[in-house]
Ligand binder design. Sequence first.
Ligand code: AMP
Ligand code: ZN
Length: 106
Amino acid sequence: MNCIFCKIVAGEIPAKKVHEDEEFLAFHDIRPAAPVHLLVIPKRHVPSLADVQPGDEAMLGRLMALVPRLAHENGLEGGFKTAINTGRDGGQEVDHLHIHILGGRR
Ligand code: AMP
Ligand code: ZN
């Protein structure tokens, strides 16, 4: 599959990883829009939030619960912004579900 985030999961292209477990991977965005800009993805290829199935509810809960933990580990004590861009009109460029975490002093 020609998916850049699946290639990062497979180790075929490099990324600045900040977290990895059985289910999720988190890494620095290659074009940061804030002093700290992380992406968190499920390792399994889910194209977008619009493709989520009823069986994905627990995975989505674990993904959201991971966000504040990663924010804390990356020094975002002052708060952070999260975003999930979905579909063409939602500004999604990479068709593998990911949540942006943006923060840090400007
Ligand atoms: P989105 O518009 O929500 O699909 O965002 C995709 C994000 O992935 C953008 O912020 C890109 O800068 C980022 N991105 C694309 N390729 C890579 C890569 N190889 N490593 C890290 N981040 C990437
Ligand atoms: Zn993928």
